[in-house]
Design a protein around this ligand. Structure first.
Ligand SMILES: C[S@@+](CC[C@H](N)C(=O)[O-])C[C@H]1O[C@@H](n2cnc3c(N)ncnc32)[C@H](O)[C@@H]1O
Length: 340
């Protein structure tokens, strides 16, 4: 046999696929005038957005990608171009690379998507993601199959990292909310033999997750619930809710609603878990989070959040004891909080 079983670390694969944003982040910043502005002055995100007529939300995500690429830095809340950007990317510099880089604007679709997002503040019209299916609150069996396969591949290593966390040994019944293929609930159930799991998603996706659970041989302990998490009441019974890659699909405001729904459905002492790739507290990186956030920008209504941002969301619903640990599953962290 020449292939190997999955481990909890697939960061090499992430580094390679996320590299698709390295060049477009730089060419979009060049076209938007960011290197000139930050070469000439240190500016906050809002000042830069105002000066260049850009939307501050996509701009803040792009700035994190540029900082973690070594082109700009953030100090005391202001961004400033670093020497490589002042030497090679300032349009007035003798060494300006623009003559070469302009030719790549049309060659990478991400460049146009980033420019559209920066100028309109909205998700680009032409993009490729499963989000519009679930944003409608319903999807076909075919779409569920396709999205589940996509999510399953990208979540396998990190599900194993999450499943290794001892805290799940203290949980009786875990609900995996927005479960996709159910890979997290299934792997956590496999690692914790007394745990009961409910995989919750929209109807077609819950059915798809049910077939993944059946194939895992764990269907006795892993059930499904077809629930629209925004519109319906959530099943009572679980003492923990687990969300992976769900909050990053939505705005801060929508996440506050999800946190409130979770809080209402949990018993006192119940826990909420968010499995996500976290931005640094100052939003200036790291690259693997910033690049993922660019993907969220062009494909969903969300972004990658930092721990302080998640703390504010969770505490607004009443949760306490908000903390985060790196799980060892790829680049992911597990944020947890408790309902008092
Ligand atoms: C990015 S995927 C994450 C899947 C899985 N947790 C993972 O990390 O592999 C987001 C999931 O949220 C689900 N979802 C979106 N809107 C939903 C809703 N209104 N109710 C229930 N699930 C929803 C989608 O169907 C999808 O499976």
């Amino acid at each position: 046999m020449s292939h190997l079983p999955p481990t909890s670390d697939d960061r090499l694969i992430w580094d390679i696929w996320e590299s698709m944003f390295r060049l477009p982040a730089m060419t979009a910043a060049d076209e938007a005038g960011i290197f000139r502005a930050l070469g000439d002055a240190a500016l906050t995100t809002d000042e830069l957005a105002r000066d260049l007529s850009l939307d501050p939300h996509p701009l803040s995500i792009l700035l994190g990608a540029l900082a973690s690429s070594g082109l700009i830095e953030k100090r005391e809340g202001k961004w400033r171009a670093l020497p490589p950007a002042r030497t090679w990317l300032h349009p007035d510099a003798e060494g300006y690379w623009g003559g070469f880089l302009h030719g790549f604007r049309e060659r990478t679709p991400q460049h146009g998507q980033l420019m559209e997002a920066l100028r309109t503040g909205k998700r680009p019209e032409r993009f490729n993601s499963g989000a519009p299916e679930w944003e409608r609150g319903a999807m076909s069996a075919e779409a569920a199959q396709r999205i589940a396969a996509f999510m399953h591949a990208h979540s396998m290593a990190t599900a194993r990292g999450a499943a290794a966390q001892a805290v799940f040994g203290e949980v009786r019944h875990l609900m995996d909310v927005g479960c996709g293929s159910g890979v997290y609930g299934i792997e956590i159930a496999r690692a914790h033999p007394r745990l009961q799991v409910t995989l919750l998603d929209l109807e077609a996706m819950a059915a798809e997750a049910g077939s993944y659970a059946a194939r895992s041989g764990l269907a006795e302990r892993v059930g499904t619930a077809a629930v629209n998490m925004f519109e319906a009441d959530w099943p009572s019974g679980p003492d923990a809710h687990f969300f992976s890659n769900v909050f990053h699909d939505w705005s801060d405001e929508t996440n506050r609603l999800l946190a409130r729904k979770s809080f209402a459905a949990l018993p006192s002492g119940g826990r909420i878990f968010l499995n996500e790739i976290l931005m640094d507290d100052d939003g200036a990186g790291p690259w693997h989070a910033a690049a993922f956030s660019l993907l969220m920008l062009v494909g969903t209504l969300g972004k990658q959040y930092s721990l302080p941002e998640f703390r504010a969301i969770l505490e607004s619903a009443g949760f306490t004891q908000v903390e985060a640990v790196r799980t060892g599953g790829g680049y992911y962290s597990l944020v947890s909080a408790v309902k008092p």
